[in-house]
Design a protein around this ligand. Structure first.
Ligand code: 5AD
Ligand code: SF4
Length: 444
């Protein structure tokens, strides 16, 4: 082989899409210093763990992950902790892992990862200050190896100004900051030029995009502008807050064929009492009305959601309201969680009786069981129908089976060749399962 062998980076990601995105961005930035990503920490010169603190489990996962890899430092590897947990507990982590970790930095430092890694070669590094609008630079993230990629995330906003009482994000990712639309559109154009077919706009609360910046587009206007970029096949976005979803965005579902027939719209609870105490600022009926409006604009719209069970003071009756809401919508998928008390959040200071762990567990199991039944029914109902699939590539388990997504965000597997990657093809659905569809190409 010519030249020095490349340096190797291993990244473990916990948590949300935002973290997945940050991990990808770190790899892209580090590749400018000659790093390649490896899937085995034993081979790596640099091991990064990108943490999340939205729910409790990731903190336990971090501890066991560090336990597994710390011996690799003896062979010269550097170990770093990045992400949300590094933001809100960076000082404590820096001290706790004094002997095990070289580098701790928050989400705002992701653009500087190359400098931080270089500094970590000679000293331990802790960087977790929030940057304000003047200092923060959204990194343009057209991955150098982005060729061949069918889908891509584009950040439009960082942080969140809401104060949902259960949520730690405002502490870990700071105040909401919208990325200039000019930069967003430039990045979309570059990605499309590389062959990307589907763009997902991401932020914590995308519907409030641009509202705090004089002269900036609002979110609906941004959607129209992205749709106007020639070659954009599909547009998705996440995450939405039901309160901020305006009539102009609903209208976009009538006007923009590029906008996919799927919306992730976290409801959190079906009980007005709980929603009020979560400070979500909408009621159950507002949510259901919004769903009706959206479906009037886009009849085949599929909806997914986030649900929290066992918020402090949640009664059996409150929980029944969540169950009845899921029947009323119904959702095509849901991330459901037991409430987890998070440091520094208002819900922690509420005087309500915490819901006992066994009750939370039982409610979650009931919710998930019913959700799976509803999903299965919704997927079975597609059997025999023909849907357009954007092919993302061969499936993980069989190279002769291609995997793609419907506009409604369902995963569909069908026999086919890799030459289909990046194409949108009509596929007949043969079987609907709980989490995916199986089909057959009509034109094959
Ligand atoms: N406990 C449980 N779930 C939570 N989420 C956010 N904070 C908590 C918490 N403290 C869930 C919400 C949110 C999703 C990203 O994570 O449902 O929409
Ligand atoms: Fe957290 Fe609420 Fe902001 Fe979402 S909208 S990130 S749940 S505070």
């Amino acid at each position: 082989m010519d030249g020095p062998s490349p340096k190797k980076v291993y990244i473990k990601t916990f948590g949300c899409q935002m973290n997945e995105y940050d991990s990808g961005k770190m790899v892209a930035l580090l590749s400018r210093d000659g790093y390649v990503r490896v899937e085995d920490p034993d081979q790596a010169d640099l091991i990064l763990v990108n943490t999340c603190s939205v729910r409790e489990k990731p903190e336990h996962k971090l501890r066991s992950f560090i336990g597994e890899v710390k011996h690799l430092r003896e062979g010269g590897a550097k170990i770093g902790i990045a992400g949300c947990m590094a933001q809100h507990a960076g000082d404590a982590l820096f001290r706790r892992y004094r002997k095990d970790v070289d580098l701790v930095f928050g989400p705002d430092q992701v653009p500087q990862v190359r400098d931080l890694v270089e500094r970590a070669a000679t000293e331990r590094v802790l960087e977790n200050t929030f940057l304000d609008a003047a200092e923060y630079a959204f990194v343009r993230d057209v991955a150098p190896d982005g060729a061949g990629q069918v889908t891509a995330f584009v950040t439009i906003q960082k942080g969140c100004d809401n104060k949902c009482t259960f949520c730690i994000v405002p502490h870990t990712r700071g105040a909401e900051l919208s990325r200039p639309s000019g930069q967003i559109l430039e990045e979309v154009r570059a990605l499309v030029a590389q062959g990307v077919r589907e763009i997902t706009l991401i932020g914590q609360n995308v519907n409030s995009y641009g509202l705090k910046v004089a002269g900036e587009l609002n979110f609906a206007q941004l959607l129209y502008a992205v749709a106007a970029v020639p070659g954009v096949g599909r547009i998705r976005y996440t995450t939405s807050h039901p309160r901020d979803m305006g009539a102009d965005v609903v209208q976009a579902y009538r006007d923009l064929p590029q906008l996919t027939s799927h919306l992730h719209l976290p409801v959190q609870s079906g009980s007005d009492r709980v929603l009020r105490r979560m400070k979500r600022f909408y009621r159950r009926d507002d949510y259901l009305r919004l769903v009706d409006d959206l479906r009037a604009a886009r009849p085949d719209l599929s909806l997914t959601t986030d649900i929290i069970v066992g918020f402090p003071g949640e009664t059996d009756d409150d929980f029944e309201q969540t169950l009845s809401l899921m029947e009323a919508v119904p959702f095509d998928g849901a991330f459901s969680f037991k409430y987890s008390p998070r440091p520094g959040t208002p819900a922690l200071r509420m005087k309500d009786t915490p819901v006992p762990e066994p009750v939370k567990k039982e409610r979650l199991a009931r919710y998930q069981k019913r959700q799976q039944e509803l999903q299965l029914a919704s997927n079975r109902a597609l059997e025999g129908r023909t849907v357009d699939v954007l092919v993302e590539g061969p499936s993980k388990w069989d190279p002769a089976v291609m995997c793609g997504r419907t506009s409604t965000f369902k995963t569909l597997n069908f026999p086919g060749g890799t030459e289909l990657t990046g194409q949108t093809v009509p596929v007949q659905v043969l079987r609907g399962f709980t989490n995916s569809l199986r089909g057959e190409r009509l034109d094959a």
